[in-house]
Design a protein around this ligand. Structure first.
Ligand code: HOZ
Length: 437
């Protein structure tokens, strides 16, 4: 008699191989399933709103490479631009016309940016903006907020969100105390603490760096009064207000989160901005920019050094430019915002019907949801989420072919390729989970 062979998952096999050679089997901790348990899905291919794992299972993708894939995967126009660029060469280590074109696009779309420098990652963008702020002001101290993540630069890797929060070490080992001695960490949305800190340290502050809408403690907005005080105090004390819009830039609106606050706070703009993710369209590309006066303090004009072999890479800039041209088409953000809102509204209604605590928020193509009764305003409130319940939700959705971030501290992303049917399928899966709890 024939005995059936037990099914061996290719995801499991690949994970076992990966773990022998790559720490934790992943090349960035947020990809691991350490917090939720189980085996990470190894992606074989992706198209539109979906990816297929190594076992051939299809998932509706709400990570989108952690934000860049705003058009969905494999957008034809972007593929053509990348293929064309590749034929002319991968990297030159010398300037190209496309870098100028991308800089022109960024400056046109983000009015606070008069000059921009292209780099390869969000970490690099935030790190370089920080150095420039210190160079420009001649000061050392900086403010960051608990739960905000600005990449893995030493000085900013303290009480951070994203993977650090997920794995329970919000301050990384290996960061010497001296590296963070000038970093002041405050509670997000806490005006009293902010005012107190400026009163004590304002004259020594080089900058305040913040995610205007924080996507690294799930999805938490700065309140308008808080943002107003951040701007006022930075101006009053001569510190630079740096927006980390690596996640939110071209994602929550064409002009980023700063364009939304500018509508609510007259004359509002940050002094510097870090960008990434969407501007590369899925290729390693990021940027930081600000006023001409500050940006001209960078080498080779000024004394603040910053460099990169692959900065402004010709293939990455082609991908970024093609992506930015698509998102400027009329109605793009209206449609994307509507689709994302319908997801959050659908999930909230399904949870409410089942009597489950649930709330969510979204802006443009970025969203967050919490198994809580009301939206949290800071990291401590986010931390009150029932993480085992989140893990059960995550796995139920994964089994149903819906891929959310495997961590409750991450925002989610909807692309232009997500259809109403994808949203319905997602909400139905969630409703089944809520009903069965
Ligand atoms: N930290 C980013 C999301 N919060 C994703 C990039 C990464 O760390 O891999």
């Amino acid at each position: 008699m024939m005995t059936a062979m037990p099914h061996v998952s290719r995801n499991d096999t690949l994970f076992e191989r990966a773990k022998k050679l790559i720490p934790g089997g992943v090349n960035s901790p947020v990809r691991a399933f350490k917090a939720v348990g189980g085996t990470p899905r190894f992606v074989q291919r992706a198209h539109g709103a979906y990816f297929w794992d190594a076992d051939g299972k299809r998932y509706i993708d709400y990570i989108g490479s952690w934000g860049p894939m705003i058009l969905g995967h494999g957008h034809q126009g972007v593929i053509e631009a990348v293929q064309k660029a590749m034929m002319d060469g991968f990297s030159f280590g010398a300037p190209t016309e496309r870098e100028v074109e991308l800089a022109e696009e960024i400056v046109k779309l983000v009015p606070s940016i008069e000059m921009v420098r292209l780099v390869s990652s969000g970490t690099e963008a935030a790190m370089s903006a920080l150095r420039l702020a210190r160079g420009a002001t001649g000061r050392s101290k900086i403010i960051k907020f608990e739960g905000c993540y600005h990449g893995h630069t030493d000085a900013l890797l303290v009480k951070a969100g994203s993977g650090l929060a997920t794995f329970g070490n919000p301050t990384s080992a290996g960061v010497p105390p001296e590296a963070v001695q000038h970093t002041l960490v405050l509670e997000y949305n806490n005006i009293a603490q902010l005012e107190e800190c400026f009163a004590l340290h304002g004259k020594d502050l080089a900058c305040l760096m913040m995610e205007p809408i924080c996507g690294n403690m799930n999805f938490v907005r700065s309140t308008v009064p808080f943002m107003t005080r951040c701007r006022e105090l930075c101006t009053q004390y001569g510190a630079l207000l740096i927006f980390d819009e690596v996640m939110t830039g071209f994602r929550v609106a064409l002009g980023g989160a700063q364009s939304l606050y500018a509508k609510l706070i007259p004359g509002f703009k940050p002094d510097m901005t870090a960008l990434g993710k969407v501007i590369g369209g899925g290729m390693p590309l990021a940027a930081f920019g600000g006023s001409k006066a500050v940006m001209e303090m960078l080498a080779p004009i000024g004394a603040v050094y910053q460099a990169g072999t692959l900065s402004g890479n010709p293939v990455a800039t082609a991908c970024g430019l093609a992506t930015l041209r698509e998102v400027q088409k009329p109605g793009f953000y209206e449609a994307l915002g509507e689709r994302t809102r319908s997801l959050v509204t659908g999930l909230t209604a399904a949870a409410s019907k089942a009597g489950t605590s649930f709330c969510g928020d979204s802006q443009g193509g970025m969203f967050g949801f919490f198994l809580l009764d009301r939206l949290p305003q800071n990291y401590a409130a986010v931390m009150t989420t029932d993480s085992p319940a989140f893990n059960r939700f995550f796995h139920a959705m994964l089994d149903s072919g819906v891929y959310y971030a495997p961590a409750l501290y991450e925002a989610g992303f909807v692309s232009a390729a997500h259809t109403p049917a994808d949203i319905d399928e997602t909400v139905d899966a969630a409703a089944r989970f809520f009903a069965g709890r």
